[in-house]
Design a protein around this ligand. Structure first.
Ligand code: ATP
Length: 235
């Protein structure tokens, strides 16, 4: 198991945002975490990478206890988070964004890594020297994912990659998920489009008010209309 989250509890002052949440991700899996607004999805990802310190429970990455570990150390271990609202450097070009993201990659490998990103994201290759601020929302999201991939993470965490995107770009992001999965990458994705993401995921978890209320194979959960009427509010 690459990621094991065991009875994780995280609080913001008096508010308990996660109540003893347990989940796991195996190597090569695409796992979806869905749930309504405020369910605690972002809190969970932040707790996993060390941006938030859990009050209780543990996070193990490749068998090592990384609960509350320094986020930079977690990146070095191979745990990469693409946060909500895609953080990229808007004043830098696409190529500079990638180069910077790969700053810790040995120079001899950096160029090959960038070429690989150009193949995976052909639209970015056509905009290599363009300031990232000029990219569309979907292109910016692709750049944010490419930045994370520059360090060849062992586990990629994606927080709402489709947020605010036009429907055609949402299709592009779903194709990308498919492609990354076909490459054998390991992904935990949080997504508002619950039924759609579950239908392409190996497994899924439904989170509501800080608790896991359902888990199972992605397609099986996607077919549970009871869950979506009550918990997630549609697809
Ligand atoms: P969304 O889909 O809206 O991003 P989410 O499932 O990611 O929602 P979280 O953002 O993790 O949910 O929020 C979980 C709970 O914690 C919510 O009640 C939210 O109001 C609260 N919360 C989140 N961040 C903070 C914070 N920095 N300080 C205090 N409370 C917070």
């Amino acid at each position: 198991m690459i990621l094991e989250v065991d009875r994780l509890t995280t609080r913001y002052g008096a508010l308990t945002a996660l109540h003893a949440v347990s989940l796991h991700v195996a190597v090569g899996e695409l796992v979806a975490l869905v749930g309504p607004n405020g369910a605690g999805k972002t809190t969970l990802l932040s707790s996993v990478v060390g941006l938030l310190r859990p009050a209780n429970g543990s996070v193990r990455f490749e068998g090592t206890d990384v609960t509350g570990a320094d986020p930079a150390a977690n990146v070095a271990r191979g745990l990469a988070l693409v946060p909500e609202r895609r953080r990229i450097f808007k004043d830098l070009s696409v190529a500079e964004n990638l180069r910077l993201a790969g700053a810790t990659v040995p120079k001899s490998q950096r160029k090959a890594r960038m070429e690989e990103m150009g193949e995976l994201f052909p639209v970015l290759r056509t905009k290599w020297d363009v300031s990232a601020g000029y990219l569309s929302g979907g292109q910016a999201q692709q750049l944010a994912v490419a930045r994370a991939l520059m360090c060849e993470p062992k586990l990629l965490l994606l927080d709402e990659p489709c947020l605010g995107l036009a429907p055609t770009m949402v299709d592009v992001i779903f194709e990308l998920l498919d492609q990354l999965r076909a490459q054998g990458r390991t992904i935990l994705v949080v997504e508002q489009q619950a039924q759609r993401v579950l239908s392409v995921a190996d497994r899924g978890y439904v989170l509501r008010t800080g608790e896991i209320v359902a888990e199972g194979s992605g397609p099986e959960l996607a077919g549970r209309s009871d869950l979506f009427d009550t918990y997630v509010g549609g697809s």
